[in-house]
Write a protein that binds this ligand. Structure first.
Ligand code: ADE
Length: 314
């Protein structure tokens, strides 16, 4: 991305309780968990008497750990100034957030100038896209607990993700890269929204950005047409995420080429209902893909809707 209109209006943290000593952070460079244009995410460990923020029952406590699994985002030495400033802004943004059960939380960071590290909680079950693909057979054939229950666990994932996004939007953040690949599952199979690299704070309800690597197939019509982003363009992308979940990990619009997607949507076409998708969930997707952003539901609306679906199914 560029360097304008970034997350630079955040309060500066003076007493930096997040800073960690590099000697306590062991990065396993052999184990890559993910990668972006610049950064790689590696598995790692906290060694020795490092203080790590842990959460139990929604209370944050600082505890001392000897061997705590972590994920470490590493900025390589060759990164340019923009990537470097993006990285620091991501750290500052994460510092400003309160703990939320459905966001990947920061445990700390190593501030050293050239090779900063961002340390976040380790999500042992990987990303949601791979997860639904791996469980495709189980869900389709109704092994284990039966098909109904399995679809219900997808609805529960959907609710958790909407709760995380409701929180992000409530602090003025547009995520801009909502997709199944950016949701992680921890050891308890709790959904955690990750990758705040593209997210932006906005006072206005609209943010305009240009360029970069664009997640075309997750983008709202107005983002494709005029690079306009709002809480409601996150809603659109969330609709596509629901489609990824209920199609068990298919690629959206797999029969439409990138450069034809805008035209396809403008003609009024949308993704079709996946075979295993409950009717009410598909109706929710359709609301997320309304051409007029103002007509799309907010994450508060979506959370409430899904809570009722789960309640009625129980
Ligand atoms: N891939 C990217 N971030 C991760 C994390 N925090 N845990 C596990 N895998 C990841």
């Amino acid at each position: 991305g560029g360097s304008n209109n970034y997350i630079d209006n955040l309060p500066v943290v003076v007493d930096d309780q997040w800073a960690m000593d590099r000697r306590n952070v062991i990065v396993d460079y052999e184990t890559k968990l993910g990668s972006g244009a610049f950064c790689n995410v590696h598995k790692g460990k906290i060694k020795g008497p490092a203080a790590v923020r842990v959460v139990s029952q929604n209370l944050i406590a600082v505890q001392k750990f000897t061997d705590c699994e972590i994920a470490v985002k590493v900025l390589p030495a060759f990164a340019d100034d923009i990537a470097r400033s993006d990285f620091m802004q991501e750290i500052n943004f994460m510092k400003s957030l309160n703990y939320h059960p459905h966001l990947v939380s920061m445990l700390g960071y190593v501030p050293d100038g050239r090779n900063p590290l961002l340390i976040v909680e380790y999500c042992a079950q990987g990303d949601l896209l791979h997860f639904v693909r791996q469980h495709r057979a189980i869900i389709e054939h109704g092994y284990e607990n039966g098909a109904g229950l399995k679809i219900l666990s997808l609805v529960s994932f959907a609710w958790q993700i909407s709760a995380g996004l409701e929180y992000l939007n409530s602090v003025g953040c547009i995520h801009r890269d909502v997709a199944a690949r950016n949701v992680l599952l921890d050891a308890d199979q709790t959904c955690k929204i990750a990758d705040f690299g593209l997210c932006r704070l906005t006072d206005n309800l609209l943010y305009t950005a240009r360029g970069g690597r664009l997640p075309i197939r997750w983008m709202a019509l107005e983002s494709l047409k005029s690079f306009e982003y709002s809480f409601k363009s996150d809603t659109w992308a969330y609709g596509v995420l629901l489609w990824e979940l209920t199609s068990l990990g298919q690629v959206p619009y797999s029969n439409v080429e990138n450069h034809l997607i805008m035209e396809f949507l403008e003609a009024g076409n949308r993704l079709e209902k996946p075979v295993h998708c409950p009717k009410e969930i598909y109706e929710l997707m359709e609301c997320c893909w309304r051409a007029d952003p103002l007509q799309r539901p907010s994450f508060t609306d979506i959370c409430e809707f899904l809570r009722k679906v789960l309640e009625n199914a129980a």
